[in-house]
Write a protein that binds this ligand. Structure first.
Ligand code: G3H
Ligand code: 13P
Ligand code: ZN
Ligand code: NA
Length: 321
């Protein structure tokens, strides 16, 4: 059924797991994600960015998600706005059938962030919709906004309680060293392991634990949580791509976060990477094929396999529907 994240997060918090929030942009992505969640009896969040809405159109995305809900009647599915940047955008999604919205005013001042978040919460709650807000800024790129690494800032735990009290938000995204995109860290921020693979700096679990102390039983969200599996970076590069030094968050660290107060983990780049790697491979191996179904089929399967892997090995949400 199409639901809010309220029950999902309550169960995840107490069950020591997290719910995956996967970005959707087209039919194959919606199908791949929900087939995996359906087979594994896992709750799932389908999230739509401003860019996704510009690409695919609001109505197409809502109807694709409604179809997925019909096809997967046994699992809870939430439809969430990712990185809403204004009250108007949040309102449009609340009015248009979303069950959850994010207002991301994390680049604004503390007071301005509170003001707009509060405005969204009032409208959302009056319409049965829940709100995710953000404190602290991640490095990386999202919707054309680039935050240079070194200019990100960790969430200040001493601010979280006042922020949640004054806004009434239902979940809080925090910055503990995750980052958006496939290039989360520059090589000079990393060390190299024996195989020459870049190893990023560890997540700031001390910041997460401080936030947890101040917000008991409150669901925390992690953005920028792709792991950029080297298997797929290699596949892209082997079949004509060029993605040097792409690096993500190690899955063990995300698994540890999921066991704590983190109830929602956002993954987009890993799905993109799996699709693109497989399409490149298919194209290279079948230069005479030109029916889009031929290469979108393995791409959709790659999405499903990636999401199943995340559900079982990172989120721990299998069997929790
Ligand atoms: O955090 C951003 C998400 O990965 C969505 O990306 O804005 O390119 O759709 P997008
Ligand atoms: P990744 O780029 O690490 O997949 O993060 C996605 C995200 O945070 C969407 O909001
Ligand atoms: Zn994000
Ligand atoms: Na958790």
């Amino acid at each position: 059924a199409l639901v809010t994240t309220t029950e999902m997060f309550k169960k995840a918090y107490h069950g020591g797991y997290a719910v995956g929030a996967f970005n959707v942009n087209n039919m194959e992505i919606v199908q791949g994600i929900t087939e995996a969640a359906g087979e594994l009896k896992s709750p799932v969040i389908l999230q739509v960015s401003k860019g996704a809405r510009a690409y695919a159109n609001h109505t197409y995305l809502v109807k694709l998600v409604e179809a997925a809900v019909i096809e997967n009647p046994d699992i809870p599915i939430a439809l969430h706005l990712d990185h809403g940047d204004s009250f108007e955008l949040c309102k449009s999604c609340i009015d248009g059938g979303f069950t959850s919205v994010m207002i991301d005013a994390s680049s604004k001042s503390f007071e301005d962030n509170i003001a707009v978040t509060k405005q969204v919460v009032e409208y959302a709650h009056a319409h049965g919709v829940v709100v995710e807000a953000e404190l602290g800024t991640l490095a990386g790129i999202e919707d054309e906004v680039v935050v240079e690494s070194g200019h990100e800032s960790y969430t200040r735990p001493e601010e979280v309680e006042e922020f949640v009290d004054r806004t009434g938000c239902d979940s809080l995204a925090i910055a503990i060293g995750t980052s958006h995109g496939a290039y989360k860290f520059t090589p000079d921020q990393c060390t190299r392991n024996a195989d020459g693979i870049l190893v990023p700096p560890p997540l700031r679990f001390d910041v997460l634990e401080e936030c947890m102390k101040r917000l008991p039983e409150f669901p925390i969200v992690l953005h920028g949580s792709s792991s950029v599996p080297q298997e797929f970076v290699k596949m892209v590069n082997q079949y004509g791509g060029n993605m040097p030094d792409a690096v993500g968050i190690p899955e063990e660290q995300l698994r540890k976060a999921a066991e704590l107060a983190v109830c929602k983990i956002n993954i987009d780049s890993d799905i993109r990477l799996a699709m693109t790697g497989n399409i490149r491979k298919y194209m290279a191996e079948h230069p005479d094929h030109f029916d889009p179904r031929q290469y979108l089929k393995p791409a959709r399967q790659a999405v499903k396999d990636m999401v199943a892997h995340k559900i079982v090995n990172v989120l721990g949400s299998n069997g929790k529907a």
